[in-house]
Ligand binder design. Sequence first.
Ligand code: ZN
Length: 165
Amino acid sequence: MSRVRNHMSRHQQRSRESYIAPRNSRYRLLIDKSTIHGTGIFAEEAIPRGRKVIEYMGQRLTWAQAARLERKLERRGAPKNDYLAQLNHNWIINGAVRGSGAELINHSCKPNLTPRRIRGRLFFFSRRKIRSGEELTVDYAVGKDAPRRVCRCGAVKCRGTMNLK
Ligand SMILES: [Zn+2]
């Protein structure tokens, strides 16, 4: 009983902006402080295994445009852009522009989501059943030749880096 009441008051305190827009996911997803890094995305209801959870949306960039953007941010001393996702060998998706919220999903070496590229679009599917309240994670699988990115995901078999080995 008290659990139910707590759950309700938690909802009432949050603004609608704290949720992923319903048009971007058929599941209720909360934007909140991450236990891994900065802001993260949390399931607010159970998600069965093998379901399309969210599409990674944003501005399409060629690899050359994405490289230019990264150099520009670097020159300005801006923090590393974590919102560039590889779609295929032609295109990168910049989730910082017109993103769906999927760009806020943190990296884990033992993720509960897996990326799937379908007809020129990038989706995150559930790898297993996800419980309500769990943070959503995906393996960023940064190239092994790319600059090394430290990982502190906390998984038992954490690689210690977001890069592939
Ligand atoms: Zn890790």
